[in-house]
Design a protein around this ligand. Sequence first.
Ligand SMILES: [Zn+2]
Length: 336
Amino acid sequence: MGLIKDILYKTSNKQMLGVVKNQSIFPYYHLVNNKDVTHIKHLYQFKNIEKFKQDLDTLLKYYKPLDPSLFTNTRTKIIIPKNHFLLTFDDGLSEIYNIIFPILKQKGINAVFFINPDFIDNNESLYKHDLSIIIESLKTSHYKKNTIDKIVKILGIETNTSLPQLTTTIKQIKQSQNNIIEDIADLLNIDLYQYIETHKPYLSKSQIQEMIHSGFYFGGHTMSHPRLLELSIEKQKKEVIDSIKWLKTNFNIDYSFFAFPFSDKGISKALINEIFKYDESAVIFGNSGIKKDVNNRIIQRFSLENPNKHTEKQIVTENLYKYYNKAIGKYKIKRN
Ligand SMILES: [Zn+2]
């Protein structure tokens, strides 16, 4: 959270939710788990089952669940009814099937899940998850100075780097530097393939099929979760559209849902035009908070994943931030 949001959070109180609840909201998460998850641990924090269930009760107390079928009506203008919420989950982690799916069914809440086809069935992993596994190993195993020196050399940073500095540098490794990730894993004796094989961090096709049968919705999240802005527009288009097509081919679905990986900040009008050229009734999800985008088929979301934040206060904060953005002329997203 930025400085302004921090101030708004401190001044907000949960009674204000009754005042701002007319604004429909689109919270997102990645996973829910009571246990530590090594491939996520060093990337972001998440809620346990009890806190997630409390979130759902809070949402149901103040809002009505929005049925994603609202978005599958092709060609009609999307009109989002007031005072609704729709949950979305990014990255297709296995907790979605094992933990979240049963809870949502029990509560009668629908949701949209955004997945990366490259990782479905656990043949490959998201590079950020590999980085978290590497950092965990660095923090918990005792490696010889000689090994650490070799890693420092690979990363091209100063010798005698402290562990926190080393992990910060590792977190900044880019997807295109895959060879570096493999070299470091080798040096640390980490078998990333064995990790995926053992832990199965991602959904399988049959799990997705079962969830679709139960009435849940799926959307693309690119094939391999790259930072889109590091790719050419042609490659961006391929990553995005292939992920939507993959769902259609494998599960016979007829709608096109998509959520940007990492962030929608800086995403060009050209890419958005390409998506609507592919399917004019596509629905695209960003994560810029409560904002208005260049097309009314782009829905903006905010995260409710942080377990240290009070949910009601957080929703109020996002609404107050909307008014702040309106006041400074940043409510409408501009795209080049
Ligand atoms: Zn993601």
